[in-house]
Design a protein around this ligand. Sequence first.
Ligand code: NAD
Length: 490
Amino acid sequence: MSTIDWNWIQSKPYQLFIDGIFRAGPEGGLFDIINPATNRTIATACDGTRADIDLAVAAARDAFDNGPWPRLTGKERGRYLGRVAALLDAQREKFAFLEAVDVGKTVARTLDYALPQAIDGFEYYAAKARNLGGEIRPAPEGRFFNYRVWEPMGVVGEILPWNGPLMMACHKVAAILAAGNTVIIKPSEHGSLSNLELAKLFAEADFPPGVVNVVAGQNRELGARLVEHPEVDMVSLTGGTETGKKVLRQAANTVKKVALELGGKNPNIIFADADIDEAVQWAIYGAFADQGQICVSGSRLLLHESIYEQFLESLIDKVSRLKIGDTMDDTTDIGPVITRAHEKKILDYIALGRQEGARIVLGGHKVLDPPLDQGNYIEPTIFIEATPAMGIAQDEIFGPVVTVLRFKTDEEAIQIANDVSYGLAAGIWTRDIDRALRTAGHMRAGQIYLNSYFSPAMLDSPTEGHKHSGIGGTGIHKYMQEKSVFVRLG
Ligand code: NAD
């Protein structure tokens, strides 16, 4: 990877993609795209404004109301999506590089996970477009029947976070398009690069103008404008819970359909009868993959008291051997966190944990060895002697920090696991199938992993966050409206 000349990304600013045309914003401003491993500018992009959002919405509106896209058959739409999958497949290395220099993911992990998942998103929804489902019900007296169909929402604003920009954009946009909608993608101000590059694939795949638009920019007002815009039928946000609350308020005036996929503070429960070696490996992956910057990260580790010491010893030993470093190096485990500001937030939480009386048994510092000191690198950090009420056990830190809690009984584990405002995911480790299913049943969370942590993104089995982790459904039907038709038979 390092032998390839990647200077092309600096050669000219990335442009907005509106109505099928790559263009600069009317005011011509640029913003810097910064590599979190060095805090140096690696590319520039046109800095979108509210006026650009308005242009993109007008284009998407026209494409939906008057263009061919929603009127194509599912099979025809699927062909377009298939072309994007093939184009992406041919450029895996380029996209893995972009995710590394833009958001600090390791190239190896992106090639191994996010890219195959991203390609699969287009392939899956290409097939799904042909079979969007429906339902027929006979009425009680037999003189009526009723059918239920799913139709596109219309113009969808898709607001994305920085922590998985490529995979998330691909999964969501493929579903939006398969359903027959048109879309304005609003990437995160800290993770635009792969989304801007993706726009080129939609152009190359010859999508009708206005079907896909990408408006990046550093101003968080861009997202707010999409939510408030009267011509946008639906807004889907993946982001933090506080942003989600704002979006709900902003959407009120237009009674807009809203779907929110928000934060998490997910428990990973290890019962006494678990396979400890396996559980330790997966707990490390769950807590520290992508520097803990994953919504479903297992950032709270609940250990049964009888295996507590054994588990902890193995955990510390293995985490201490994780390699922190260059995201281009295949042997790196831990890359940088996204920005200096986010690094500070994580370090503030580490300081808070100390003040609250928890004890750090590993890590706890910014990495100060050159050249990593130039980037936003934080040591993988393990807190013990924490209590469930502490800030480090309640708040989403979204960094390489795991808080270990101890429990005595199954009931106590369930109580601690559910005692946060979030409800996104949970891991459960036990060899007892009754205990596994009983505990899964008690979890107030949308995604449960039994004897694993994480699963391949199952597009067939999407999940909605519970409590403050989300609302509004998942999968393709999230982007569709139901209609029920009652037919009187002659
Ligand atoms: P964020 O909430 O700061 O930003 C998300 C997006 O919202 C960005 O594009 C931002 O510009 C935009 N935005 C900000 N203010 C807005 C407003 N008032 N109106 C409309 N849009 C606005 O989140 P982030 O820091 O980019 O991402 C990390 C968060 O995302 C974490 O909390 C993580 O758990 C969550 N996340 C959730 C899931 C999930 O599936 N549940 C997946 C990935 C990330």
